[in-house]
Design a protein. Structure first.
Length: 559
């Protein structure tokens, strides 16, 4: 296949320069449709330049770290492009962070700017959350910002909040823009090196605090161009993608769209009826729906049978093979694509190919992009294993991230001197490079697409005064792929039920991290010195399951 020159040229550029290229090549073609707002490539570039000039006017520049906390919104995308345009680095904060993780991330990254989004205030009230963390913000007049517990944070903006009257909003942010500032933004856009840090994404690791993964513009441009090549994207393509912007599941398709001229449809809140209507009306060619919960929502909606989905040629979803095959039977003529990835590998560097045998994507993750290499290794001896031998999956090539912020030791452990990226995942690689994912080497869970350290949940459970020890394992789940199950030992004389343990978590940790199963134990399977987690039973009965969504709804109704 001949690669279009636009995609080839996008391989070693910054996000903003690729956007400028898209604005020249396809000025009137839409780049984004988000909850009724549609922007062309040219309109997005013009808006990003205004935002970049506003950042410059307020003292931002190369190296400034800018936190973004909010639902998916058009303003979010403008900020991403604007930050990259002037050489600043965007910190895409997980909108499901609770207070402790948010404070840690902002202070650890030394964020100077923080933008919060009030577009979905009924679901996520970030203003109230910040006032709870820093009570002095309740009386803040919107002028000079000085928080003793966040000394690096100098400027705070609240976009899209219909109730905002005091804190600076988008209009206040844009107010100081001048023609000279716009010219300076364009000058910087043309000079920022492709190796500059573009994103900091906090991804849970095997420590209690999330790790800060640094991705460069080069990482994003190369992975985006590779995605566009693999799936033959062009300006006529439309990708439907309800994933959150703080996740590489959206950053990767966005990079592919600006490289190829395609459009991405996004939303702040996934609704099956809206998804069906947009897929039909916008002639979506790639349904990037990723997880069984979303696919099931579409297939089970009463309007599914009447919807015209004939434009869809590709659908991305990961999950158990039998479940994916059932989905495939409901969508004849649509090619499923599978994937394997991690934030440290620039998101998703391994994909199935539309030309693969039809049943392969239901079983295999696929092959790495051209220019990348993947193999299984013995994690202790670091010897490369023969094909089809289970070992730690390791990647080599342009997808390697820049490292962990302020963690040289972890970076050395992950980015080996021999060029390989240690993923911490187990799997098989065939002689032809076909990847089969087979679980985690490290003590991690994969819950609804989010990496979650078992230690993070265990540490929180052990803050309860009646809990002596907690051990968390992953249990398969039809909707979230995996969920947390907690084994808990109580302190002598303590009385605590499984339901009370779950209730202790509700509203205090992200809902996806709350254990769906809890068992109380007094003895542990031990080696000489350690608990042997692999020997903890996984034979949970349906009646042991805690429906977190129902419990949260009951709690809201009771209050």
């Amino acid at each position: 296949m001949n690669t279009p020159p636009e995609i080839e040229a996008a391989g070693l550029e910054t996000n903003a320069r690729i956007l400028a290229q898209a604005a020249r090549n396809w000025p009137d073609r839409p780049t984004l449709l988000l909850d009724g707002q549609r922007l062309s490539h040219a309109e997005m570039l013009a808006e990003a330049e205004i935002y970049a000039a506003a950042l410059l006017a307020r003292g931002a520049g190369p190296g400034t770290r800018i936190g973004i906390l909010g639902p998916n919104s058009v303003e979010y995308v403008k900020l991403l492009y604007a930050a990259g345009m002037i050489g600043a680095c965007a910190i895409t904060l997980n909108a499901r962070f609770k207070e402790a993780d948010l404070v840690y991330a902002l202070n650890h990254a030394e964020a100077e700017f923080l933008f919060i989004g009030g577009q979905a205030k009924a679901f996520m009230d970030f203003r109230a959350m910040l006032c709870g963390i820093w009570p002095e913000l309740a009386d803040w007049d919107g002028k000079a910002l000085a928080l003793a517990q966040a000394p690096h944070l100098k400027q705070l903006f609240n976009f899209g909040d219909p109730d905002e009257r005091v804190w600076p909003d988008e209009a206040a942010f844009r107010a100081p823009v001048t023609e000279a500032g716009l010219a300076e933004a364009r000058r910087l856009r043309d000079e920022i090196p492709a190796g500059t840090d573009a994103l900091i994404i906090y991804s849970s690791g095997t420590t209690a605090h999330p790790k800060a993964c640094i991705l460069s513009h080069r990482n994003l441009s190369q992975i985006g161009a590779s995605f566009a090549r693999r799936f033959r994207l062009g300006p006529e393509d439309v990708i439907y993608n309800p994933m959150p912007f703080f996740h590489m599941s959206t950053m990767l398709p966005m990079a592919a769209c600006r490289a190829s001229g395609a459009m991405q449809i996004c939303t702040a809140h996934f609704k099956p009826e809206e998804a069906l209507a947009q897929i039909e009306a916008e002639r979506v060619s790639f349904a990037y729906v990723s997880f069984p919960t979303i696919v099931a929502g579409i297939l089970n909606h009463p309007g599914f049978g009447a919807a015209d989905l004939s434009s869809v040629r590709l659908l991305h979803c990961v999950g158990p093979a039998d479940l994916l095959r059932r989905y495939g039977e409901s969508l004849p003529g649509v090619r499923f694509v599978n994937a394997y990835g991690l934030t440290e590998g620039s998101g998703v560097p391994v994909w199935s190919d539309p030309d693969d045998p039809a049943d392969d994507p239901f079983t295999y993750s696929g092959k790495p992009f051209e220019g990348l290499e993947i193999a299984a290794f013995d994690p202790e001896t670091h010897e490369r294993l023969p094909p089809d031998t289970r070992g730690e999956l390791r990647l080599r090539g342009f997808c390697r991230f820049s490292g962990y912020l302020k963690d040289a030791a972890a970076t050395r452990d992950t980015l080996r001197a021999d060029g390989w990226l240690c993923t911490g995942d187990l799997g098989y690689v065939s002689a032809g490079g076909l990847v089969t994912y087979d679980g985690r080497l490290k003590d991690m869970l994969k819950i609804g697409g989010e990496n979650v350290a078992a230690l993070e949940i265990e540490s929180y459970l052990c803050t309860h005064p009646d809990i002596e020890l907690a051990q968390v394992i992953a249990v398969p789940d039809a909707h979230l792929f995996e969920v947390a199950a907690a084994y808990v030992e109580l302190r002598p004389g303590a009385r605590l039920s499984a339901a009370e343990i779950v209730d202790y978590c509700l509203g205090r940790v992200a809902s996806y991290k709350v254990p769906r199963y809890v068992r109380l134990v007094s003895e542990w399977p031990m080696s000489t010195t350690k608990i042997q987690k692999f020997r903890l039973p996984r034979d949970f009965a349906p009646e042991e399951y805690f429906d977190i969504r129902a419990l949260m709804a009951h709690r809201r109704a009771a209050s």
